[in-house]
Design a protein around this ligand. Sequence first.
Ligand SMILES: Cc1cc2nc3c(=O)[nH]c(=O)nc-3n(C[C@H](O)[C@H](O)[C@H](O)COP(=O)(O)O)c2cc1C
Length: 145
Amino acid sequence: MIHIITGSTLGGAEYVGDHLSDLLNAEGLETTIHNQPELNEIANQGIWLIITSTHGAGEYPDNIQPFIAALQNTPPKMSDVRYAVIAIGDSSYDTFCAAGQHAHHLLQDIGATPITECLTIDVLEHTVPEDAAESWLKSHLPLLR
Ligand SMILES: Cc1cc2nc3c(=O)[nH]c(=O)nc-3n(C[C@H](O)[C@H](O)[C@H](O)COP(=O)(O)O)c2cc1C
């Protein structure tokens, strides 16, 4: 099972999550999308794919903040979780993709295993972030099985 966990204010990261979920399902991989993630509803095993934008001054979007706080305050056993983070942001901000980068380090710190480095998608360069995410997915598919 691949848990797709999104952090989004304007919907962009959610669209990326929906798109990747469709592609993974077409490859025969099972997914669950968590657009309002609750730590106690997400099994601490399998693959977590976190897709989050950055808002404010390097902040997480509101919908994912409680989930991140719960991971920090009461981290579950993460040794059976492999994960990847897709960070979406705008490189005109000093805090480019800060939320996604933070999530990547946090998961590693609490004992989950990274599948790969954090992917950053710059919306100035990629007006359709789904396209950049799709290319990434295709090249990382063997690691997600
Ligand atoms: C008020 C505001 C603050 C933002 N702050 C940041 C930021 O600190 N770092 C960054 O990389 N992008 C920042 N962005 C860009 C967003 O991350 C980007 O537009 C993203 O595509 C939004 O994704 P979403 O639709 O999932 O919320 C900001 C955008 C807005 C509107």
